[in-house]
Design a protein around this ligand. Structure first.
Ligand SMILES: CC(C)(COP(=O)(O)OP(=O)(O)OC[C@H]1O[C@@H](n2cnc3c(N)ncnc32)[C@H](O)[C@@H]1OP(=O)(O)O)[C@@H](O)C(=O)NCCC(=O)NCCS
Length: 290
């Protein structure tokens, strides 16, 4: 086995996807939705930078990779491990560690200050590999699914609302409604980088913008769900979910809502009461580069 490391500047998504399918064939979560198209668009959404990313090659065959995204994440130059995977025969040989050893100096050269990733809480092998590379758990994130048939409207709307579809370029105002910082996958800059369709619905009360829901059909994820704190507990959230389900109009049976900060009891209780079910948990981990 003669493994070498190179950035991914000359590697196509077709090739990356072939290796992905192999590397994630025994993954704890079903990733069959991750076609070549979905993988590429998700990478673009996450700020994919082939030059900061790494491939592990056995002779010329790609046997593993870490895709890295770059962004000014909440005012700090940051990187994100979009996904790391190794084909089974190449695991447990220090290759993930060597991929990080390859990436980190080039991130430091680019004056990147923080390196983020998200990992399933049950993925002990990955958590250990990341901890060994220097990552620390930053926070716990809950991931939900909603079987649309099970949606329950818990709160009747107590103000007249109107809804408007928005373009992703004009959503900044709503960021102030958030009680905690969205994860990289769901950040407002990730939403703005989406290269294909995204459904954004704004709720208005008179002339006031009071809520927002963002749904990304390619991944079938709710990426943002925000109600102005001044207008909570009067049915705006329930109305936005209902409006989203109406607009999706039966195109899927189940939708996902990932990366809710585990301490956000109000949102989690609301989701459970509305029929969402906890699917899994993730950790956000960070590595301080300077
Ligand atoms: C997670 C993954 C990338 C780790 O890669 P790897 O090359 O096997 O990891 P390394 O050999 O570099 O190991 C680094 C450290 O991780 C830990 N580790 C790796 N595999 C482990 C396992 N199966 N069980 C426990 N710890 C493990 C060890 O502490 C190891 O340190 P050590 O060599 O000093 O014992 C690999 O298992 C993989 O591709 N899994 C499938 C895809 C996946 O889960 N990706 C992560 C989520 S996106």
């Amino acid at each position: 086995m003669n493994v070498t490391y190179k950035n991914l500047v000359n590697v196509s998504f077709e090739e990356l996807h072939k290796t992905f399918v192999d590397a994630f064939s025994d993954y704890a979560v079903d990733v069959s939705y991750m076609t070549h198209y979905v993988m590429e668009n998700r990478a673009i959404k996450n700020g994919y930078d082939p030059e900061s990313s790494v491939g592990a090659f056995n002779d010329s065959k790609l046997v593993g990779f870490t895709l890295v995204g770059i962004d000014n994440h909440y005012e700090t130059p940051s990187a994100f491990d979009i996904m790391t995977g190794l084909v089974k025969d190449y695991r447990g040989k220090g290759i993930a560690s060597q991929m990080f050893d390859f990436i980190i100096p080039s991130l430091k050269e680019k004056k990147i200050k923080q390196f983020y990733l998200e990992v399933l809480q049950e993925n002990n092998a990955a958590i250990r590999a990341y901890q060994k590379a220097g990552f620390k758990i930053n926070r716990s994130l809950d991931c939900f699914t909603l079987d649309i048939k099970k949606l329950k409207i818990t709160e009747q709307l107590r103000i007249p609302l109107s809804f408007k579809n928005l373009d992703k370029s004009i959503i900044d105002y709503f960021e102030t409604f958030a009680d905690w910082t969205p994860s990289w996958e769901n950040s407002f800059s990730a939403i703005k980088r989406i290269p294909d369709d995204v459904l954004i619905i704004e709720a208005e009360y008179s002339i006031n913008k009071v809520g927002l829901i963002v749904y990304y059909p390619t991944l079938n994820w709710i990426m943002a769900f925000l109600v102005d704190p001044k207008y909570r507990k009067i049915g705006v959230g329930s109305a936005l979910i209902k409006k989203l389900i109406d607009e999706i109009n039966g195109s899927v049976d189940i939708i996902k809502f990932l990366n809710i900060q585990s301490e956000d009891e109000d949102l989690i209780n609301f989701l459970k009461a509305s029929g969402f079910e906890l699917m899994t948990g993730q950790y956000e981990m960070t590595y301080k580069l300077s």
